[in-house]
Design a binder for this molecule. Structure first.
Ligand SMILES: Cc1cc2nc3c(=O)[nH]c(=O)nc-3n(C[C@H](O)[C@H](O)[C@H](O)COP(=O)(O)OP(=O)(O)OC[C@H]3O[C@@H](n4cnc5c(N)ncnc54)[C@H](O)[C@@H]3O)c2cc1C
Length: 389
């Protein structure tokens, strides 16, 4: 898609490109050193290390177009390894609902990427129906701390996380959305046990977290007791907006096209195959439509509004598109996509293709399953009212 860029926007794009080029990773150099240096230099640019944070908290205060340019430019560059849980998910909640002391205590370390966070929401009996969560937090008689007992599941990076933001139940006498309390606590402490879950693609990223008599000081509670659901709902919309990955999909689709053009098919290549071309064209059209939706979402975000129900459209369509690209990549790589590990077999690009495809099955589950996003869109965008609800 071409959008009309002003002279200032073109200058900004040139500045972003220059920054990304000057600070690109050089093979063979110390990765961790480069990573921390990259974030420091991005911070010196005036909040480029936290592009989505509001200006009041050190963000760059970019216009929607500048955000769009950043997304586009960073999608093609190699960025330092980063986790979304602190920067993209907890930070907005701390800014909106945390007290000043909590903001001062947690935000600088989140920004400096010094502390890894994980998200303790889902439980064996509470996923889509998150408000059914049962992990219990009981306030001590002197009101100084909570004692937490329960099980969290699918907790991404719990095995390398320093802290967890966790939904707990402090009251089960009323509606299930009430009586939920938002707590923060360190992972490396008595009573926290992490067990790995190895997923379909062979990776270890998710875990089960068992919590047994974990003591959490009351000053680690965000906002009021029993109001955690309200805070968590806001956070989910931030999470969804971040999961769509539109700019990365645009780059991935271009890469796929050039890879398919190296695969021989009859007298030409796979890109000459009408069936394959049709699938690529369909993807391109859908991707363009989602890109426009993302621009609308950026526009409302830059005016200070929290992401609205359009974040569900982005999550739903963006993740479906990512899966379709993975599927076509496997189709282009054929049997060689099954190759796993360091050495490619056959088409070089196909290596780990099947592992990537299998891992991508989760995209339409985490951050709210697709069926649930459809429900949100039906109710909040299309205004569908269901009887019996
Ligand atoms: C790789 C991965 C990483 C994850 N990381 C985290 C994490 O870091 N922290 C965390 O807290 N959670 C995490 N999750 C959990 C994730 O949020 C849940 O898996 C998700 O919310 C779905 O819940 P569930 O697995 O319990 O499935 P269920 O809710 O049991 O859903 C099962 C099926 O029923 C469908 N369904 C459910 N309700 C409805 C409805 N009302 N209408 C129509 N269909 C419905 C669903 O769409 C799905 O197809 C992760 C999950 C995965 C797979």
């Amino acid at each position: 898609m071409d959008i009309e860029l002003s002279t200032e926007d073109l200058e900004f794009r040139a500045e972003v490109r220059a920054f990304l080029e000057e600070n690109a990773y050089e093979a063979g150099t110390d990765y961790n050193q480069w990573r921390s240096g990259w974030f420091e230099k991005a911070a010196e640019k005036g909040g480029w290390d936290v592009p989505k944070w509001p200006e009041a908290f050190g963000g760059p205060g970019w216009s929607p177009t500048q955000h769009y340019i950043w997304e586009q430019e960073t999608a093609v560059a190699t960025l330092p390894w980063d986790l979304p849980f602190g920067i993209g998910m907890l930070a907005p909640i701390l800014m909106a609902y945390g007290n000043e002391e909590q903001q001062k205590r947690f935000l600088p370390d989140i920004r400096a990427r010094k502390v890894n966070w994980c998200q303790g929401y889902s439980e064996p009996g509470a996923g889509s129906d998150l408000a059914s969560l049962k992990t219990k937090a009981v306030l001590s008689a002197d009101g100084s701390h909570y004692t937490v007992n329960g099980t969290k599941i699918w907790t991404t990076v719990a095995h390398i996380a320093d802290w967890i933001f966790c939904l707990t139940r402090t009251d089960d006498s009323g509606r299930k959305q009430e009586g939920i309390t938002f707590l923060l606590f360190p992972m490396k402490q008595e009573g926290v046990e992490v067990k790995p879950i190895i997923t379909l693609g062979g990776a270890h990223s998710v875990n089960t977290v068992f919590l047994t008599d974990v003591e959490v000081p009351v000053e680690n509670r965000i906002g009021e007791e029993g109001k955690g659901w309200t805070y968590a709902k806001g956070l989910l919309q931030h999470e969804r907006t971040g999961l769509a990955g539109i700019s990365r999909s645009i780059v991935a689709l271009e890469t796929l096209k050039s890879q398919a053009a190296t695969v021989k098919r009859g007298n030409g290549t796979l890109m000459d195959d009408p069936g394959f071309r049709a699938k690529v064209a369909e993807l391109e059209v859908d991707l363009m439509a989602v890109e426009f939706t993302e621009l609308r979402s950026l526009a409302s975000a830059s005016s200070g509004a929290a992401p609205g129900p359009e974040s569900s459209i982005l999550k739903l369509k963006g993740t479906e598109i990512q899966q379709r690209i993975q599927k076509l990549t496997v189709e282009a790589g054929g049997i060689y996509s099954a190759a796993w590990g360091a050495r490619p077999v056959g088409h070089g690009f196909a290596k780990n293709g099947m592992a990537g495809y299998l891992a991508s099955r989760a995209y339409t589950i985490y951050g709210g399953a697709s069926e649930v996003q459809k429900d949100v869109i039906a109710k909040n965008v299309l205004g569908v009212k269901r009887s019996g609800r």
